[in-house]
Design a protein around this ligand. Structure first.
Ligand code: NAD
Ligand code: UDP
Ligand code: UDP
Length: 319
């Protein structure tokens, strides 16, 4: 099994799961947003191999299955070098599809709810084509991921590749990057360090948050599904929260003294997002099961430990 982006948040949980199931795993990462720390516990496992490599360059390895997760996922990181973000999605997809074509490997793509853009349809089903700005600051990510989906379906039609395309909705959990600016990690780090909680806009925009263990189960079921199940299939938790509600919940669970502050809403920030998971339920028998409060408790415990043991958040706590 090849996992690209395997040292990232989702990739490292996927590597754990594959190793637990007895697979041999090649984990490829350029460590842009991922970290060796996320897979350090696997390094001595005989079934695990870590390779520093950038997927925008060709890769020649022999594998049976490919999980293509390489791509920065948080707005701060994917907007840091937007040209590289599009290259990672598009050239990365071409290289991994070329690898799948040569080895006849089954290939999974970590696509995203961002392909729906700022949607006029709610909740979003796979049949909705989306409303995406092609020239805005989120476009490198959104259009890169859309083009990657196009490539997957063209390789499927033209070269008969076995493809599995998952559209992932906001997912959170341990090993999120503490400074990547995503809302769950931001709020938890701010709450644990008693800094102000930064609500962008009026906090009425909504998201649906999926806990990482639920998502990885969805990945495994999709990869194991019959060949005719190509996706795209939404994977996410359909229970919707406003950002203001999330802030209140994080404050409650951390007993934080943090105040809420308002910052400007970023450009093209989607107002609402919630997956229609009917397809995942019918084709994969899958649905998210971990309630937000339970998942947040696990995630808070992870960041609390990180804060204590590595000093990773020491700067933040001191402020
Ligand atoms: P992450 O940033 O933690 O992981 C991405 C990994 O890819 C990192 O380890 C990074 O170093 C690596 N990477 C980036 N560019 C690379 C390149 N050119 N070559 C090799 N490795 C590279 O983010 P994540 O949340 O784990 O996301 C994983 C995948 O899932 C991404 O493709 C992302 O778009 C997708 N996704 C995630 C979410 C979510 O809520 N977490 C939602 C939708 C889609
Ligand atoms: N590729 C790769 N590993 C492989 C096979 C191909 O990285 O094992 C890359 C190769 O560099 C090529 C891309 O995948 O640029 C697309 O391959 P494909 O066979 O589709 O196209 P072609 O080689 O004909 O351009
Ligand atoms: N957000 C916020 N405060 C933060 C970080 C994010 O209010 O400190 C908001 C952001 O504007 C968006 C939502 O939370 O409306 C989710 O943001 P995130 O970057 O986690 O993911 P997105 O779903 O936008 O890709």
């Amino acid at each position: 099994m090849l996992v690209t982006g395997g040292a990232g948040f989702l990739g490292s949980h996927l590597c754990d799961r594959l190793i637990a199931e007895g697979c041999s795993v090649v984990c490829v990462d350029n460590f842009f947003t991922g970290a060796k720390r996320n897979v350090a516990h696997l390094l001595n496992h005989p079934g695990f191999e870590l390779l520093r490599h950038d997927v925008t360059f060709p890769l020649y390895v022999e594998v049976n299955q490919i999980f293509n997760l390489a791509c920065p996922a948080s707005p701060i990181h994917y907007q840091h070098d937007p040209v590289q973000t599009t290259k990672t999605s598009v050239h990365g997809a071409i290289n991994m599809l070329g690898l799948a074509k040569r080895t006849r490997a089954k290939i999974f793509q970590a696509s995203t709810s961002e392909v729906y853009g700022d949607p006029e349809v709610h909740p979003q089903a796979e049949s909705y084509w989306g409303r995406v700005n092609p020239i805005g600051i989120r476009s490198c990510y959104d259009e890169g991921k859309r083009c990657a989906e196009t490539l997957f379906f063209d390789y499927h039609r033209q070269h008969r590749l076995r493809i599995k395309v998952a559209r992932i909705f906001n997912t959170y959990g341990p090993r999120m990057h503490p400074h990547d600016g995503r809302v769950v990690s931001n709020f938890i780090v701010q709450a644990l360090t008693n800094q102000p909680i930064t609500i962008f806009g009026d906090g009425s925009q909504s998201r649906s948050f999926c806990y990482v263990s639920d998502l990885i189960e969805g990945f495994m079921r999709l990869m194991a599904s019959p060949d005719e199940v190509t996706g795209p299939v939404n994977l996410g938790n359909p229970v919707e929260f406003t950002i203001a509600e999330l802030a209140e919940l994080v404050i409650k669970l951390t007993n934080s003294k943090s105040k809420l502050i308002r910052n400007p809403l970023p450009q093209d920030d989607p107002k609402q997002r919630k997956p229609d998971t009917t397809l995942a339920e019918s084709k994969l028998g899958w649905r998210a099961t971990v309630p937000l409060e339970k998942g947040l408790e696990q995630t808070i415990a992870y960041f609390d430990e990180l804060l204590r043991t590595t000093g990773e958040l020491a700067g933040a706590r001191a402020r």
